[in-house]
Each structure stands twice: as C-alpha cells, then as structure tokens.
Design a binder for this molecule. Structure first.
Ligand SMILES: Cc1ncc(COP(=O)(O)OP(=O)(O)O)c(N)n1
Ligand SMILES: Cc1ncsc1CCOP(=O)(O)O
Length: 382
C-alpha cells in the first residue's frame, strides 16, 4: 500500500477493500508503520503505537498481525510487533545501514508464505523470514544499482557463491559438543590447541572455548589459533561469554548464560549469521532465547557436576520439560559422560540434538580416545 520509500501505491478504494474484504480472510497481515497508519486512520510513530495498531488491526479480522518498524529510525534495532490475538512479541533484528531496501516488504511476506507452506507455525515462519531479510540486507548493503534514493536488495543470496560466508547453523553439529577448560588442560599439561585438535580427531562436532582464567590477549590468541584448526574440518568454534573475542577473531558464534550479555544484544552485535547458544534451565528461559534470536539452547546440569560451582541440577525430567517447550534445538550439559550419555540421548525428544561435555573429555589423559568412545556411545544410542 505504501512502499518503504513512502510512495502511496493504493488509493482510498483499495484501502477500504483491504479493510472490509481482504483482512477478514487473511492468516496474517504485515503492514509497515505507514500502511498501518493508512489502514487505521491514525499515526503510528512509536513502538507503543505499533502495539496498539497490531491490536486494532487484529480486530479487523486477520488471525495474526505483524507491524513492521523498519521505518522507525530512532531505534538502533529494527523492531517488529507480532500479535496473534493473545500475545504480543517484540521481534528485533539489527538495523542494516543501507539504501538498498527496495522490495524488503514483498520478500518478507513471500518468505513467510514459503515457511507456512513448509508446515511452520506462524510465529516461527515470521522469525525465519525476518532473519532472512536481515541477512539479505546485510549481504546486499553495498550494491550500487541505479540512481534513485533507494536501491534494490538481493534476495537470491543463497543461490550465489557464498563460499566466503559462514555456513548456516546446522543443529546436528550439537551431536558431540566439546567445551574446553583451561584448568583441566593445565592439569594434564596440554595446550588449548592440542586439546581442540584431539577432540576434533576423536569426532567432536562443535567446540566451545570456555576459558574462565585467561586474560583477554591470551584468550584472543588461543581463539585465533583454534579457529585455524577448526575451519579446515568444518567444525564450528564458539566462544563462551566473550562477544568481543568472538568478533575479534571472527569465530562462528558465542554461548551465553542467563547472567551474561543478553542473546538479543549479542545478536545485534554479531549480526544474523553467527551462531548464538543460550543456557536455559526453564521453559521461560527457552521461550526468551527463541524470541531473542538464539540458534540453540544448552540445558543443564542434567547431572551433578564439579566443573561448574553451585550449578543447579535439573535432571533428565528438567531437561525433557525444557526440550518439549523449546522451539530451538537443545544440547544437554552437566555431568554427562560415557556411563550416562545414552540415557540422555534416549530421552525421546526430537529437538534434543546432542550432549555438551567438559570433564569427560578434557579431565582425561587422552582426549582423542575419550572423544572417540563417547562418539561411539552416542552413535549407538541414536
Ligand atoms: C552448551 C553449553 N550449555 C550451557 C553452558 C553454561 O553456560 P553459562 O550458564 O554461561 O555458564 P558458564 O559456562 O559461563 O560457566 C555452556 N557453557 N555451554
Ligand atoms: C558449563 C556447565 N553448565 C552447566 S553444567 C556445566 C559444566 C559441565 O561440565 P561437565 O561436563 O564436566 O560436567
């Protein structure tokens, strides 16, 4: 109805057609703030207005409403308000600085439709679409095409040669998740790079650097060296807690806890392509992680552990409850090793994708041997 550039594309008769005929039939309506203003005859200029507009538009009949706030430039994030008639969700993505925004609304709506056709629930479809648009905007932000105030963005990025870009997150990478510990490596007289090399040799599918004692310079150097080991094997490397280190070395992503940098802020800082994991002990944590744009959650301690002091044990029941409430893939953590890994994997919840382990790999003499053994147990339990 009103393009991102502000051009009015539909006159009054079309607006009333929308209100009276189309909206009552729609599963979702996705107006930008100018379109919401035109449909409702009110000014929609703040996030609070977007909430009111979503509710008023919902009263016109569509099952779901997404009011898009990309044109509200006073926020550093692009904030959209999703309303399903019951709950409001504030969906954020980082604002990509570019003039190439022509076609974003149509692409977002098409992407939602495609996700729905694949069987996704509405809110998941909206979230996937929003991430896709953010990625495409970032991908095409520097294109120079035409002379107008706005340029087109390139939504065919996935069809192009993207070898220089990071691979999308694959939940099956969570299968055997090795989390390093500087104290344990010191105890066994090995460097962090040797520890990572050995874990990969044994079959670890993703690595997290959890270096609680390292100072910043030392941590960065270790992360850079570990990346050189991980990349050729296609094993993602995540950094525990330290968004700055992940950014500085261009790691694949981060893992954050409930008292660390919120995942929503981490997403803004890291952009759409990096992997973000969040520690969750409750369904509420899991719901928030999903809203905040995380890629997976780590749930535990499943069993008591000496590796993390004062850590609450949630047990297999707690793990199952979190998995069942989570829309994101889950990796179990805490006290897991060869003797109990199959009990965890046989929990019977499809989004439980693997186990994350510290001491069962690194508080051992031979990391490669222990990783191989654990890999075999997991494979058997699949
Ligand atoms: C995969 C995974 N899950 C959970 C954690 C725990 O993270 P956090 O709660 O931030 O605690 P610390 O690791 O920082 O002590 C994790 N690291 N990895
Ligand atoms: C970091 C962390 N978060 C929850 S439990 C835990 C420690 C896991 O270590 P281990 O595998 O040695 O029990």
């Amino acid at each position: 109805m009103v393009s991102t550039s502000g051009d009015v594309l539909a006159g009054p008769s079309i607006v009333s057609g929308f209100r009276e005929d189309l909206l009552p039939m729609a599963d979702i309506v996705t107006p930008n703030v100018k379109e919401a203003s035109a449909l409702l005859g009110m000014q929609v200029a703040t996030v609070a207005d977007m909430h009111s507009a979503a509710k008023l538009l919902h009263n016109l009949g569509p099952r779901n409403v997404l009011v898009k706030g990309g044109d509200l430039h006073d926020s550093s994030d692009a904030i959209d308000i999703f309303f399903d008639g019951k709950d409001f969700y504030e969906l954020r993505s980082s604002r990509v600085k570019t003039r190439n925004t022509h076609g974003t609304g149509c692409s977002l709506a098409s992407c939602i439709a495609a996700e729905l056709a694949k069987g996704s629930p509405m809110l998941s479809a909206v979230k996937v679409a929003k991430r896709f648009i953010e990625t495409a905007l970032d991908y095409s932000k520097d294109l120079v095409i035409g002379n107008g105030p706005q340029g087109p963005f390139d939504h065919l990025l996935r069809l192009k040669n993207t070898s220089c870009r990071q691979e999308a997150f694959n939940p099956s990478d969570l299968f055997l998740y090795a989390v390093t510990d500087s104290g344990m490596n010191k105890k066994w007289g090995r460097s962090i790079t040797d520890a990572v090399k050995s874990a990969i040799e044994g079959g670890a599918t993703i690595i997290q650097l959890r270096e609680k004692d390292a100072d910043t310079g030392e941590f960065l150097e270790a992360a850079q060296a570990c990346l050189k080991i991980c990349r050729p094997h296609g094993v993602p490397l995540l950094v525990n807690d330290r968004i700055d280190i992940a950014l500085a070395c261009d790691a694949n992503g981060v893992h954050v806890g409930q008292s660390d940098m919120p995942a929503r802020v981490a997403r803004t800082l890291l952009g759409p392509e990096k992997i973000i994991g969040v520690s969750c002990k409750t369904p509420q944590h899991a719901q928030q992680a999903w809203i905040d744009g995380a890629d997976y959650i780590g749930c535990g301690g499943v069993y008591p552990t000496n590796t993390k002091a004062n850590n609450l044990t949630v047990g297999l029941d707690g793990l199952k409850t979190v998995c069942l409430s989570s829309k994101l893939p889950v990796v179990a953590i805490g006290g897991i090793g060869i003797s109990n890994a199959s009990d965890v994997m046989r929990l019977g919840v499809p989004n439980l994708k693997g186990i994350a382990v510290v001491s069962a790999l690194f508080d051992r003499e031979c990391v490669t041997t222990e990783t191989k053994k654990l890999h075999a147990v997991l494979t058997e339990a699949q």
